[in-house]
Design a protein around this ligand. Structure first.
Ligand SMILES: Nc1ncnc2c1ncn2[C@@H]1O[C@H](COP(=O)(O)OP(=O)(O)OP(=O)(O)O)[C@@H](O)[C@H]1O
Ligand code: SF4
Ligand SMILES: [Mg+2]
Length: 364
């Protein structure tokens, strides 16, 4: 009678090969998926599943920033929460510093907990309004029994300074700060544990555009200073452009393209990435004039019943019959640049080989 009895779904076949960036991988995600059971009736029998994340693979090397982008509901936060082990994956694997943490018990996970931290979109909702900034930023030291050289107060004040806040404001309450300052408080709290990997889930989406760049710059400065590795989640490509080394684009629970930042922005291969990029405002009028805005038709289909084969085919202006029949695998089309499309754009080698392979019958 409870959903935990539901058998876990099997990983979908033919999933993405993990792109391996040069350098030491701090985080590896292999065929990771989450299907939320949908239950009905008194017995709460499973009648369907929300395929929120359906087999994503990527790795993040030490010191790198990976941007994870896609429209609302495509599975970005669910991916982040599975990496953090705030959610148990339905299938797939998360490896952190060479240790498979996917199925570690909470006790065995504890030593890794400090290393993996998350920054959330809405700093206000994660800060208890009745606690002072000093208590909020100092809480992790106490919770994790971390020794501080000159006491918790001094350590907190150093953190406040590090994130650009006045250490004298130690006794103030969250409502006395602006949105941008509150996000800085959230970041200071995250840094208290000296994490190695930070998953920032829409860290600036709730902020005024004027302060977004300041918080992004702060994250960048902290990365250099503290040797941090980031996964930055955002729904639009403009936010992650500046901060990311590589960018992965998600659509309906899958990664459709992953590449170095400049490669992705200058030579996008997947039609969905092209559509997302065409929606990014360009300040330069000359550049803007030469670009066509692609307006995606229709809504994102339901993750309970995603379209077969290429999930983007219901909205893709390039879709052919094969797109409705054969799932395009995520393949490397130029060094370090992977896309899952039968008819990619800007590809050095035309995708005809891919289409021919994909359509080949077993007895051909
Ligand atoms: N606990 C849950 N139970 C059932 N469905 C869920 C649950 N959490 C998320 N979902 C569904 O899974 C899908 C992916 O959600 P997720 O929050 O990961 O998307 P997202 O890309 O972060 O979206 P947004 O940009 O709006 O934050 C959505 O359809 C969402 O409704
Ligand atoms: S595989 Fe086909 S439908 Fe899918 S993105 Fe490529 S061209 Fe469009
Ligand atoms: Mg989200």
């Amino acid at each position: 009678m409870n959903t935990s009895k539901t058998p876990e779904p099997a990983a979908p076949a033919g999933q993405n090969a993990a792109p391996r960036p040069a350098g030491e991988a701090l985080l590896e995600v292999d065929g990771l998926g989450k299907h939320f059971p949908v239950t009905a009736g008194l017995l709460r029998r499973q009648v369907a599943a929300v395929k929120a994340v359906d087999g994503v693979s990527f790795s993040v090397r030490k010191g790198e920033t990976l941007g994870l982008v896609g429209e609302s509901g495509c599975g970005k936060s669910t991916t982040g929460r599975m990496i953090m082990r705030l959610l148990d994956p339905s299938f797939g694997r998360v490896t952190f510093e060479g240790t498979d943490i996917t199925k570690l018990s909470q006790a065995k996970l504890r030593p890794h907990r400090r290393d993996l931290q998350m920054i959330f979109q809405d700093p206000y909702s994660s800060l208890n309004p009745r606690k002072t900034v000093g208590a909020l930023v100092g809480a992790p030291f106490k919770l994790q029994s971390i020794q501080t050289e000159h006491g918790v107060k001094k350590a907190v004040q150093e953190l406040l300074e590090l994130v650009g806040l006045n250490p004298e404001h130690y006794n103030r309450y969250p409502h006395e700060f602006s949105g941008g300052q509150r996000q800085r408080i959230g970041i200071a709290r995250t840094l208290a544990l000296r994490p190695k990997l930070i998953i920032a889930d829409e860290p600036v989406s709730a902020l005024d555009v004027s302060v977004q760049a300041q918080v992004v710059n702060l994250l960048e400065d902290l990365q250099d200073e503290l040797d941090l590795t980031y996964v930055v989640i955002a729904h639009d490509l403009s936010v992650v452009r500046h901060i990311s080394d590589r960018v992965a684009v998600m659509y309906l629970g899958k990664i459709v393209e992953i590449a170095d930042r400049n490669d992705l922005y200058e030579r996008p291969m997947h039609p969905y990435t092209n559509a997302l990029l065409s929606a990014v405002p360009i300040p330069d009028p000359a550049e803007r004039a030469g670009r066509e805005r692609i307006r995606l038709q229709g809504d994102v289909p339901s993750p309970m019943d995603p379209p077969p084969a290429c999930r983007f085919h219901t909205r893709c202006w390039k879709a052919q019959d094969i797109c409705k029949q054969v799932e395009p695998p995520l393949v490397e089309l130029s060094p370090g640049h992977q896309a899952a499309c039968h008819f990619p754009e800007n590809a050095a080698a035309p995708a005809t080989g891919l289409v021919a392979d994909a359509t080949a019958k077993p007895d051909d």
